[in-house]
Design a binder for this molecule. Structure first.
Ligand code: SF4
Length: 305
């Protein structure tokens, strides 16, 4: 079909089907603009729980839609592009984690939200980049042995902040992990007054030269409150869109042009329209897996209070 005005058609279908569109900050700008809610993965899944919509179109990657389905089992959750996956989530398998658990039965498994439902189901507690430090410290304060999976960088950062040692899986987000410090320093040379702000999925060498480290939501909040006028942003480039919209008087430079997640950028307006129109790409999660994953997610919510 030609000449479809995707934006207005999506609005029409949303009303007709009592649907809601959730988009992650790393989505393309035009996809963010048709969303009812914009946020990070967990925050969007919690929004999915509170909405009375019958259909949730989750513009993000697979594990995010899966998390929304786990938390809202009675709603129809659709993912516009079925093969939009998270490379970090692929760095840990059910088989490998089960093997580790069998060999270390006393170790608590703390898992970052960027994982499949099967990995969440094998975990004692989930965490995000916002509450990760708090949750890790809670278990360490209880004298527990812990394994943090799968992001080695957030794990190493938590070790540095807490001054305590624990086991960390060897996974990472390649988009953040391979950010070249020289590129960031080059930006600083070009914009000496700009503050460097970074996501903890970056390596320690980037975090050490940063003026502020935080989750996507924390970076957005920091920028809003800061008196600085320029920022070098070391996370996925999609976040520049809400940063610019919310702070028209401030200027943002991306730490490096490599900070773009290929899978997050797969979703186009046309995909959002097609999946809403035909109600395709529905996400299903095995009931037993879902039950165990919810338990780990609820433990996180309890410990985050
Ligand atoms: S930016 Fe990294 S962690 Fe986020 S979805 Fe892409 S690969 Fe996964």
């Amino acid at each position: 079909m030609k000449n479809i005005d995707y934006k207005s058609e999506i609005q029409r279908l949303k009303k007709e089907k009592n649907a809601v569109i959730l988009a992650h900050y790393y989505q393309e700008d035009d996809v963010q603009d048709v969303a009812d809610f914009l946020g990070d993965s967990l925050n969007l899944s919690q929004t999915a729980v509170s909405t009375d919509a019958d259909i949730i179109v989750f513009c993000g990657v697979h594990f995010m839609a899966e998390t929304a389905k786990i938390l809202s089992p009675n709603k129809k959750v659709l993912l516009p592009v079925m093969n939009a996956d998270c490379l970090m989530a692929q760095t840990i398998t059910k088989k490998d984690l089960q093997k580790y658990k069998d060999e270390h039965p006393d170790t608590k498994i703390i898992t970052y939200v960027n994982t499949t439902a099967e990995i969440k189901a094998l975990s004692d507690c989930i965490c995000t980049s916002t509450n990760g430090l708090k949750i890790i410290e809670h278990y360490l304060d209880q004298g527990e042995k812990i394994l943090y999976t799968p992001d080695q960088n957030l794990g190493k950062y938590a070790m540095k902040i807490s001054g305590k040692q624990f086991e960390v899986w060897n996974g990472c987000c390649p988009i953040h992990h391979f950010l070249d410090k020289r590129k960031v320093l080059k930006q600083k040379e070009l914009h000496p007054d700009a503050l460097i702000i970074a996501h903890p999925e970056c390596q320690l060498d980037i975090l050490e030269i940063s003026d502020y480290v935080g989750s996507t939501a924390q970076l957005l909040s920091f920028v809003k409150k800061s008196e600085a006028k320029e920022f070098i942003v070391c996370t996925e480039k999609g976040v520049l869109h809400p940063m610019k919209t919310q702070n028209p008087d401030k200027t943002f430079y991306l730490g490096s042009p490599t900070l773009s997640c290929h899978d997050m950028k797969k979703t186009r307006l046309e995909d959002v329209y097609n999946c809403l129109l035909n109600e395709t790409n529905e996400i299903f999660v095995d009931e037993e897996v879902s039950r165990k994953a919810v338990k780990a997610l609820n433990t996180m919510l309890e410990l985050s209070k």
